[in-house]
Ligand binder design. Structure first.
Ligand SMILES: [Fe+2]
Ligand SMILES: [Fe+2]
Length: 151
């Protein structure tokens, strides 16, 4: 049905999604300025999508008779996504988001491979669905990055 590598990756992906929710939410609140407005709105919308990813991963763990992690097991990893000291530094947030989305894309690619090897098509299908959302997020923030390419 599945194996340990798959459940480990599901748990790690769940943690990453929760950290992403926290950092996107905080940055959507912290940023200031006219040029930040679109990025803030996009982050707000993505908070809901990333939370939905965590729910999907948690429910899959439950189906596999495992549990998603809670805060005692949490390890922060998104250094580049910490809110910038200068609240008008939109580029720093955009770059942090691109790092987070690249990490997520790699994570779901690894999960797809592991699920295929474990003959677990349900997890594989879930990972493909989420991967497509993460690629869409990356595309959106690459677009924002182009507007700031002078920096
Ligand atoms: Fe996500
Ligand atoms: Fe994402």
């Amino acid at each position: 049905m599945t194996n340990e590598r798959v459940t480990e990756l599901l748990q790690r992906a769940y943690s990453d999604e929760i950290e992403t929710v926290m950092n996107y939410l905080t940055n959507s609140i912290v940023l200031d300025g006219v040029s930040a407005e679109e990025v803030k709105q996009s982050l707000e919308a993505d908070v809901q999508e990333e939370l939905n990813h965590a729910q999907m991963l948690g429910n899959r763990l439950k189906q596999l008779d495992e549990r998603p992690p809670a805060s005692a097991d949490f390890e922060a990893r998104q250094e580049s996504l910490q809110p910038p000291e200068d609240s008008t530094d939109v580029v720093s947030v955009i770059d942090g988001v691109l790092d987070a989305e690249e990490d997520a894309i790699q994570m779901y690619r690894d999960l797809i491979t592991a699920a295929t090897d474990a003959d677990d098509p349900v997890t594989e299908d879930l990972a493909v669905t989420i991967l497509s959302d993460e690629e869409a997020h990356r595309t959106e923030f690459r677009g924002f990055r182009r507007e700031y390419k002078q920096d």
